[in-house]
Design a binder for this molecule. Structure first.
Ligand SMILES: O=C(O)CCC(=O)C(=O)O
Ligand SMILES: [Fe+2]
Length: 375
């Protein structure tokens, strides 16, 4: 339920020598990042933070790299990617220019505001994430959210005209990022013993939809009291992230050991991208791959990240691939429409709930037993 009042830009809240975040941002004590495991080193079960070379993954004979991907998917569900061939100047350029965008006066940025022509909130554009209730604890970030693919679905009114190179750099970066996402999806198919076109082509279709999210985390006077971005799993098959090369804050949440630990994702300063498995992949793979929970802890320094989410086309249905369902492993998730899922993501996100639980997508044990015995 979209609230009438959508709240202030965090960047405006954060100006003028603010001593502490206003109460709308302050978490209950039990949720605060410092009292809740607050970014520990990885437990030994997780191993070192995984890095995969996508150039090597493209060579089907490279079993060593395939094994690294497999291990990364079974442990963290997210990993750094090297060997993508994206020029450092492009990565650097898009990061700088997008940061410049957030440094421009609000008046300029609000030309791309996340409002429809009649002033209603909509996901696309510049602003804060959707506010649904007065009780919702707000995240310490502003964002610019844009549909990137298919190209004909882009809505130019939300694409910044300033800085002038931003749109062109986003376009160039998105072409490169798409190649990375596709390489990873092909390798994930191979990791399950299928051909490259198992996800891309067969279960996802030929054309993916993609959304870019630039997130700006203004300097926060008390990072221990707020979330930069609340815990969530991504609404995607896979997500590529260009993290801030200087300021960390992304943390992954694990249930090993089962104490709600949060583990720091390292700052990637060598031109690596990060790839994260999303909910849609968890469903389609029948939980062969799981979407990791993650969150961002704010900082006293500003931070900017660029994320691209890859999804199947809206009108398609998603469900566990039939090849991954059998007597030994019944379908763990129900079939549902991609658009229903992505719309549900925003409702769930505002509540801070996982979309899969919010939309009741999991098949419960009783249903699973009935489905198997009926088959
Ligand atoms: O800013 C980051 O590092 C992560 C952002 C993120 O998880 C998201 O936009 O889904
Ligand atoms: Fe995310």
């Amino acid at each position: 339920m979209v609230h009438q009042a959508q709240g202030q830009l965090v960047q405006e809240v954060a100006t003028g020598g603010l001593q502490a975040p206003p109460s709308r941002y302050v978490l209950r004590e039990k949720d605060r990042p410092t009292t809740n495991g607050g970014g520990a080193a990885a437990p030994p079960e997780l191993g070192v933070f995984p890095t995969v070379d996508v150039g090597r993954l493209a060579e089907p004979g490279d079993v060593e790299e395939a094994a690294k991907l497999q291990a990364a998917l079974q442990s963290w569900g997210l990993f750094a990617v090297t060997g993508h061939g994206i020029p450092a100047a492009l990565l650097d350029g898009i990061h700088k220019v997008a940061t410049e965008f957030f440094h421009m006066p609000s008046e300029e940025k609000l030309k791309c505001a996340n409002k429809t022509d009649t002033g209603e909130f909509q996901n696309q554009g510049y602003g804060i994430d959707r506010v649904d209730t007065d009780e919702q604890v707000l995240d310490w970030c502003d964002r610019l959210y844009l549909q990137v693919q298919p190209e004909e679905a882009r809505q130019p009114r939300f694409w910044p005209k300033h800085p002038p190179s931003l749109a062109k750099l986003l376009h160039e970066y998105s072409l490169r990022s798409e190649q990375v996402a596709k390489q990873v999806l092909k390798a994930m198919a191979r990791a399950l013993g299928f051909a490259d076109d198992f996800f891309l082509g067969r279960h996802v279709g030929e054309d993916m939809v993609s959304w870019a999210r630039f997130t700006y985390y203004p300097p926060c006077p008390r990072p221990d009291l707020v979330y930069g971005l609340k815990p969530h799993t991504d609404n995607s098959l896979v997500t590529t992230l260009l993290l801030d090369p200087d300021v960390g804050g992304l943390q992954a949440g694990f249930s090993i050991p089962d104490d709600g630990s949060w583990v720091e994702v390292p700052v990637l300063a060598g031109g690596e991208l990060l790839v994260v498995v999303g909910d849609v992949m968890e469903i389609m793979s029948n939980a062969a791959f799981r979407a990791p929970k993650h969150r961002v802890v704010a900082s006293e320094r500003e931070r900017m990240s660029l994320v691209i989410f890859y999804l199947p086309e809206e009108e398609r249905d998603m469900e566990p691939a039939e090849e991954l369902v059998g007597e030994a492993r019944p379908a763990l998730y129900k079939k549902l429409n991609v658009k229903t899922f992505t719309d549900g993501f925003w409702d769930a996100f505002a509540l801070g709930e996982p979309t899969i639980d919010f939309l009741n997508v999991r098949v419960d044990d009783k249903e699973a037993t009935t489905a198997v015995s009926a088959a």
